[in-house]
Write a protein that binds this ligand. Structure first.
Ligand code: SF4
Length: 257
């Protein structure tokens, strides 16, 4: 695919390339399932991985996977048509997740946690079924730092996301190649390249979790003073000083006297 703004495309591509190199995200012979929800992030991830694949010295394959959670009105056909037009191997898995959520969700509890958990389970199973050893997810830099802050502010744990980790099934390696790419680069990229973004049609579609929204606002305010605040938070995740934390298990491992 020819991308509209060559400079923006290169910046995103270089960020993804750097993440792949830093965390060894892609290896010779990989068959990578890419979760394509129909949102800007997943389209961007898939197209960038494909453009890298064409020139990469290592051989790897991409398989796009879409989970239809059963929310009425979800246009998986729009996603399928776009991916077909661009020559991707694509599979849509229809599920009855919406029925399960309606039945199991406790009143007042979050839709997203149960929905995402169900989706993740199907993605792991599907990836394996399709012969994929890796599953690529479209989380970007903002997702990493917002999750870091959310966990610190509301959960009391020092934890963000992993760019590469073995999934709970012990088989699939989850990778997040957009870790170095800011959302503000993805938004215009997806728009100008006319990716057909579709709504997930769930009851909370488009309404960002209130606490996550507050983290976004906080980061935006801090950026007015320090434009590199998000980068700095991300860098902190790669520059951990265990001896200056309070985790006793970590202190034991690091043999703090
Ligand atoms: S926004 Fe909707 S589709 Fe996405 S995880 Fe939450 S409930 Fe599921």
């Amino acid at each position: 695919m020819e991308f509209v703004d060559e400079k923006r495309y290169r910046k995103i591509k270089n960020g993804v390339g750097r993440a792949i190199a830093d965390f060894n995200l892609i290896e010779e012979g990989d068959r990578i399932a890419v979760a394509v929800s129909g949102g800007k992030d997943s389209y961007t991830l898939l197209h960038i991985l494909e453009s890298l694949r064409r020139r990469a010295p290592v051989k790897y394959e991409l398989v796009a996977l879409t989970i239809d959670s059963g929310y009425p009105g979800f246009r998986s056909d729009v996603i399928a048509a776009h991916l077909r037009e661009h020559g991707f191997t694509h599979h849509v898995e229809a599920t009855t997740h919406y029925d399960i959520i309606r039945e199991k969700r406790r009143p007042g509890s979050s839709y997203c946690s149960i929905c995402a958990r169900l989706k993740r389970g199907v993605l792991y199973t599907l990836a394996q079924k399709m012969g994929c050893n890796k599953l690529a997810l479209g989380h970007h830099l903002d997702d990493f730092v917002e999750t870091l802050l959310l966990n610190q502010f509301f959960v009391g744990t020092l934890k963000a996301m992993a760019p590469r980790m073995l999934a709970d099934n012990g088989e699939t390696t989850v990778i997040r190649p957009l870790v170095y790419v800011e959302e503000r680069k993805i938004i215009p990229f997806a728009r100008e390249n006319r990716f057909p973004v579709v709504c997930c049609c769930c009851p909370v579609c488009g309404k960002a979790d209130i606490q996550r929204k507050r983290m976004k606002e906080l980061l935006k305010a801090l950026e007015r003073e320090n434009p590199f605040v998000k980068r700095s938070l991300l860098r902190s995740l790669a520059n951990v000083q265990p001896r200056h934390l309070l985790d006793r298990e970590l202190q034991r491992v690091c043999a703090v006297p």
